[in-house]
Design a protein. Structure first.
Length: 270
């Protein structure tokens, strides 16, 4: 028999269930290897009156999204596993093994992170991450409810490649690049986050400072994928240590970028 739970980020607000019945608090998702995370870890709750609680919980998540607040209700999920098994797996998943050794804290449960994992991880990896979870529901950054279903994977821990680990580390930058596009009313295709990540990776390889990587990635979207191979850009990139990228191109107007776009389209540059 399936039970319904939710993961809450208490640092993002107080969970006031009224007028619905209070959810039963299971406790923090603290990995046994990192007891120091107690007090800052997400909290697991069980919905024991789903028919009276679920609609309110969803309404609460939407309210936070409309107010522009970080998510309080991070994920609602179903499982047939015992509560202790669920808690242990979700807590242990907060630690992600680095391919080169060591571990990092992995906020996979945060919908602002989770929504990007579908293009970073394989389906089998996502299933390993979620373990006993059979269905995970979350509110994405556009205000739409998304649902992922899984076959249960027991006693398997997520392992990622070096490139996947770096992609996960770049999620915050991908999100930062998406914000001005959404604010401008630009439609966000499903593959755009992956494309932005490619451009951000190139920015890293050019040695651009973090504050210059998002402008660079946006130019890759708005001008041309290979815009960085244009001679004018190559000249700017070669001097990026002396003059930051964003400062160097700040004086360029629409005509300059249009010329670069046209030349890149006529003469694809390797």
């Amino acid at each position: 028999m399936s039970a319904t739970y939710m993961v809450v980020e208490p640092n993002n607000g107080d969970l006031d269930m009224r007028p619905a019945p209070n959810a039963y608090e299971i406790g923090e998702l603290v990995p046994s290897e990192r007891p120091d995370l107690e007090g800052v870890a997400p909290v697991l709750y069980r919905l024991e009156h789903v028919e009276r609680q679920l609609a309110y919980v969803q309404q609460l998540a939407v309210s936070h999204w409309r107010d522009g607040r970080p998510p309080l209700v991070c994920g609602i999920f179903e499982t047939q596993a015992m509560t202790d098994d669920v808690r242990e797996h979700l807590a242990s998943s907060l630690l992600l093994d680095k391919p080169g050794g060591g571990r990092g804290v992995f906020r996979y449960y945060d919908p602002r992170v989770y929504s990007h994992l579908c293009w970073i991880l394989r389906s089998s990896q996502l299933a390993a991450l979620m373990g006993p979870v059979t269905r995970w529901t979350y509110l994405d950054e556009t205000g739409d409810w998304q649902e992922a279903r899984f076959d249960v994977v027991k006693h398997e821990k997520l392992a990622v490649t070096g490139e996947q680990y770096r992609q996960i580390a770049r999620i915050a930058l991908v999100r930062g690049a998406l914000e001005p596009l959404r604010a401008a009313g630009i439609r966000i295709p499903q593959d755009l986050p992956r494309f932005l990540d490619i451009q951000l990776h190139k920015a890293e390889q050019y040695g651009l400072a973090v504050e210059d990587q998002i402008p660079f990635a946006l130019h890759g979207v708005l001008v041309a994928p290979n815009f960085d191979r244009h001679p004018k850009l190559q000249s700017i990139l070669a001097r990026s240590r002396e003059t930051p990228y964003a400062e160097a191109v700040a004086q360029w107007g629409d005509e300059d970028w249009q010329r670069i776009r046209q030349e890149c389209a006529r003469h694809p540059l390797a």
